[in-house]
Design a protein around this ligand. Sequence first.
Ligand code: BTN
Length: 284
Amino acid sequence: MDQTRLLKALDDLPLGAVKYFERVGSTNDEASTWVAQDAPDLALVIAEEQTAGRGRQGRIWTTVPGASLAFSLVIYPTEKSAHILPRLTALGALAVRDTLQKYYGLHSQIKWPNDVVVNRRKLAGVLAEAQWIGDQLGALVLGIGINIAAASIGTALREDGLRFPATYIESILERPVDRLELLHNVLAEVLRWRTRLASPEFLQEWEASLAFRGERVQIITGQSVGKDGLPPGLEGHPPTVVEGMILGLAHDGSLRLRTQSGEVVTVRAGEVRLRLMETSPIYE
Ligand code: BTN
């Protein structure tokens, strides 16, 4: 990837501006800094390599040159209240899901809240970080990482596939994938879904693609999740564990579960980690 080819590939999209880095700490961090310096709406930061890429729940996200896509998009929401945040964070996952289906014929699902999985293996992750002005949403940095070639998931992950089930597009399609084309298509889908954020269809599509529906899972809530998805004041609750069967989504994008006692509980977006139980491998 180089800047000229990148700009050419994206020139039909109404992006605010584009910053390309051969190597950067984290594209989310670059995008947040840019927001502080008045980044325009739909400013894109993309890097060939990240040296301090971050995932949710404080996980590390490795990005080596040539093997994946790692980018962050700045979105200034028109709706400023916190209740739109789960939908904004799901934008990325829905966009990746639709791109995989439309352009590559690949069926994927969304592991709530916003990982994309194929055959129960993680193919892409989304790190959405909100910036707040008081209790109003200021900007959202939507960071998306997609595993494309083998090197994107690292030797340890490939060999220990049960504990850390991850996958990459080229292993499923068994052919090379043009990264710029993929990037273009994902961004186009983000823009398309953004105009329909508040629609019933948005929630329906998100719910219809929920992975592990009807399965018993364990949710760990209230981890120290930093800025990921939480309005001020809600960070840093002590972890609690909720176990239950995934029923679907509540209107605000929370996950609905039926616990063993038959009670239906909801868990809010951005606060959880999902682990499959019993015979299933640990899945984070
Ligand atoms: C997760 O699965 O926990 C989320 C992973 C998000 C990774 C992307 S790569 C681009 C952007 N920059 C980062 O540092 N993280 C996100």
